[in-house]
Design a protein around this ligand. Structure first.
Ligand code: DAH
Length: 351
C-alpha cells in the first residue's frame, strides 16, 4: 500500500478511536472527506505519478475513501446508541403497578357561566360573536359617543400599545363592528340585529378582592324596528332566570349614566341568597346590582350606519366575572385569574 494512504488511514483510525461525540465525527468527516479534506488532497498528487502507479494509487485512495465513510458512519451509530442509553439510564425508574392519579380538571367558573349565557341567548335567536382584545381608540371610545377628553374616559384607563391601539376596556368596543356587519341585513331584509359578544377586558386598576385589571364581560345588543325597554327587561329576565335556575327571579331598573345609551340603567336582580328579604350580601336591600344596560344612543347607531329615526335598540354589558363570583360564591376576584388549582378545584365539577 502507498505510504501516504497508509499513514492517512492510521491517522483516521486513531482519530476515530478518540472521538467521543457525534459532533466530533462530523468534524472528522469534513477533515477527511470534505472538498478540502486530506483524502481529496491525496488524489491531487496523482498528477505526479506514472500511468501504472496512477492506477493502483487511484484504487487505493478510493478504497480509503469508502473505508473512511463507512468507519465514520459505524462509529456515529455506536455513539448514538451510547448517548441514548445514557439518557435512558438517567430516567428515574417508575413503578408500573402504582395506581394512576385521576385528578381531573374542569372548565373555569367564568367559562361555565359564559357558556351558559351563550346557550340561553342562542335559544333566543342571538348570534355569538368573537372579537379582538386589541382594538383602536375609535372602537373602544369614539364610536361609542365617548370623544377624546370626555370625563368618562377617566374611569377606563387601559394599556396602550406603541402603535396607538389599546387593550379593550369593555366589550362595548365591538358594537360598532357588529352594527356594520349586520346593518345591510337589517335595512334590506328587515332582520333585527341580535348578537352577544363575550370577551376579556382590561383596565389599569389596582386590584383588591372586588377589582381586577383583567376581567370578562358579555355585551349584548338587539336592534330593530320598535325595540323597547320592555324587550330589554324580558331578555335580561329570561337569561338571568336560566343562569341562576331561578324562575321567580325579579329584576328592576335604576337610572345609570353611560355615554353610549340613553336612557341608561343599572339592572338589579332580587338577592339570590335571601330571596329579597334582606341580608348582609345585599346590604339588606334585597337587590343585587348586576348589569348596566340601556337604549342605544342615536349617535352610536348613526356611527354604525343605522338611522336612529327608523331603528332603535338596547344594549347591555354583563359582568361575566361578577356573575361567576355570584353563582359559585367566589369571595376574592383574584382567585379567578390566579391559575391556582388549589383555589379553583373547589369549583370543579364533572362538566
Ligand atoms: N361597557 C360598560 C362598562 O364596562 C358597561 C355597559 C353599560 C355596557 C351600559 C352596555 C350598556 O352595553 O348599555 O362599564
Amino acid at each position: 500500500m502507498n505510504s501516504g494512504v497508509l499513514e492517512l488511514r492510521n491517522k483516521l483510525d486513531s482519530a476515530l478511536q478518540q472521538a467521543a461525540s457525534v459532533a466530533e465525527l462530523e468534524n472528522l468527516k469534513v477533515e477527511y472527506l470534505g472538498k478540502k479534506g486530506s483524502v481529496t488532497a491525496l488524489l491531487k498528487e496523482m498528477g505526479k505519478l506514472s500511468p501504472e502507479e496512477k492506477k493502483s494509487f487511484g484504487s487505493e485512495v478510493n478504497a480509503l475513501k469508502d473505508y473512511a465513510a463507512q468507519a465514520i458512519a459505524d462509529k456515529a451509530e455506536l455513539l448514538q446508541k451510547l448517548e441514548l442509553q445514557k439518557e435512558l439510564d438517567a430516567v428515574e425508574e417508575f413503578d408500573i403497578s402504582m395506581p394512576p392519579v385521576l385528578d381531573r380538571g374542569s372548565y373555569h367558573p367564568v367559562t361555565l357561566v359564559q357558556r351558559k349565557c351563550e346557550e340561553v341567548f342562542r335559544t333566543m335567536g342571538f348570534t355569538v360573536e368573537d372579537y379582538s382584545e386589541i382594538v383602536t381608540d375609535y372602537e373602544c371610545f369614539e364610536s361609542l359617543n365617548i370623544p377624546k377628553f370626555h370625563p368618562a374616559r377617566d374611569m377606563q384607563d387601559t394599556y396602550y400599545l406603541d402603535n396607538g391601539q389599546l387593550l379593550k376596556t369593555q366589550t362595548s368596543a365591538a358594537q360598532n363592528a357588529i352594527y356594520k356587519k349586520y346593518k345591510d341585513a337589517l335595512i334590506n331584509e328587515g332582520k333585527p340585529i341580535k348578537a352577544v359578544f363575550p370577551g376579556r377586558c382590561f383596565r389599569n386598576e389596582a386590584t383588591d378582592a372586588c377589582h381586577e385589571n383583567t376581567f370578562f364581560q358579555m355585551e349584548g345588543v338587539m336592534v330593530g324596528k320598535d325595540i323597547s325597554i320592555a324587550n330589554l327587561i324580558y331578555s335580561m329576565k329570561t337569561m338571568l332566570s336560566e343562569v341562576f335556575e331561578n324562575y321567580g327571579l325579579k329584576v328592576r331598573l335604576r337610572p345609570g349614566f353611560f355615554p353610549f345609551v340613553e336612557p341608561g340603567f343599572e339592572l338589579d336582580i332580587s338577592c339570590q341568597i335571601c330571596g329579597g328579604e334582606g341580608c348582609p350580601s345585599c346590604k339588606h336591600s334585597g337587590w343585587l346590582e348586576l348589569c348596566p344596560c340601556g337604549m342605544i344612543h342615536p349617535n352610536v347607531l348613526r356611527e354604525g350606519g343605522i338611522d336612529p329615526d327608523v331603528y332603535t335598540g338596547f344594549a347591555f354589558g354583563l359582568g361575566l366575572t361578577r356573575l361567576a363570583m355570584m353563582k359559585y360564591g367566589v369571595k376574592d376576584i383574584r382567585d379567578l385569574n390566579s391559575g391556582s388549582l388549589t383555589a379553583m378545584s373547589q369549583f370543579f365539577d364533572d362538566k
